[in-house]
Design a protein around this ligand. Structure first.
Ligand code: GLY
Length: 328
């Protein structure tokens, strides 16, 4: 693992070299990097093999990328062991689980919900907002009313384990979002289907023990997710306030439009974020970006060295890759 300890481009080159020698099928298809992986291809934040497997079923049967990312996002949303997404997500400081999600396709159709309580699958509600309303975003009670009207089932999302963790947290009630690298595992999924269509989805229960009413980057089109069918797609995970500050996912897609590879674009966005916060503060921030170009190139970059992502393609059956990072 020592190859992952160096920084920036040097680290990326070392990672690529290591992957090329250790895993034969990386030899001609370096990940992350600038090489074309082809299509279909799917990437998701973190160690997310079950989600990728569900999404891959859609892609490998010639399905649309939008269906793939929705099916993928629903897997962690339903998993009570995933404590930062959907059912079982850690609650806010009042013990209430509130969920955020969005979805976007290659034609810039998009839908989003935020501050939703009592529904397990915000990504599917977001898709309904996109397809059945004249709006892009619904929040709180309005989103819940809409979900109920579309037949989504109301459920209690606070599991016993998450309630126990919240009660433990209450003893000190310390909110330290900047000191929990690796704790913010929002799921962002990007897919390029066999017909060249790009889509993305992003879903989260947000920062554990956040203020009631707080919404992060994940449901914000342009911050937690952005897709341009002519260029590429990007998604984010980590401390959402930071991604909103630089409109991170949109920034990455614009950088790609102007000729940067997905890898270069992710690195530039992280460096911009760090330059705005200063290195000392940024060192404590857990933020990562993942990008996929229209031609199937993948890029990933994070502030600290905890981020990993999962890739699926004809040559990568749900392979987890450690991302290069700015700080060791
Ligand atoms: N990235 C998820 C959040 O900050 O809510």
């Amino acid at each position: 693992m020592s190859a992952f300890k160096s920084t920036g481009r040097r680290k990326f080159l070392k990672l690529s070299a290591l992957a090329a020698t250790a895993i034969p099928f990386f030899r001609f298809r370096t990940v992350p990097g600038n090489s074309k992986i082809g299509s279909p291809v799917l990437v998701s934040t973190w160690r997310n093999t079950d989600a990728n497997a569900a999404a891959w079923k859609v892609l490998s049967s010639n399905g649309h990328a939008l269906d793939a990312v929705e099916q993928g996002a629903r897997v962690p949303e339903a998993n009570p062991k995933d404590t930062s997404v959907g059912y079982g997500g850690l609650p806010d400081r009042e013990g209430i689980v509130t969920l955020d999600a969005c979805i976007m396709d290659e034609k810039s159709n998009c839908g989003s919900v935020a501050f939703v309580q009592g529904f397990k699958h915000p990504v599917s509600i977001a898709r309904m907002v996109m397809e059945k309303t004249p709006h892009v975003m619904l929040v709180g009670r309005g989103a819940e009313q809409f979900a109920a009207s579309q037949g989504f089932k109301r459920e209690n999302l606070l599991t016993k384990e998450s309630e126990r963790a919240w009660k433990e947290w209450l003893k000190k009630s310390e909110y330290k979002p900047y000191h929990n690298p690796g704790q913010h595992d929002t799921i962002g999924i990007l897919a390029l289907d066999g017909n060249g269509n790009l889509s993305g989805a992003c879903t989260t229960s947000g920062m554990a023990y956040k203020m009631h009413g707080r919404v992060g980057d994940s449901p914000i089109i342009g911050a937690g997710l952005y897709v341009d069918g002519e260029v590429g797609a990007a998604t984010a995970t980590g401390v959402g306030e930071e991604m909103i500050r630089i409109a991170g996912s949109h920034t990455i897609v614009e950088l790609m439009r102007n000729g940067r590879s997905p890898q270069e674009a992710c690195e530039e966005a992280i460096k911009r974020l760090i330059s705005k916060r200063g290195e000392e503060k940024a060192r404590e921030l857990s933020v990562a970006f993942l990008a996929l170009s229209r031609s199937g190139e993948v890029g990933a970059y994070s502030t600290n060295n905890v981020f990993e992502y999962t890739i699926s393609s004809p040559d990568h059956q749900h392979v987890v890759i450690k991302s290069p990072s700015y700080f060791n």
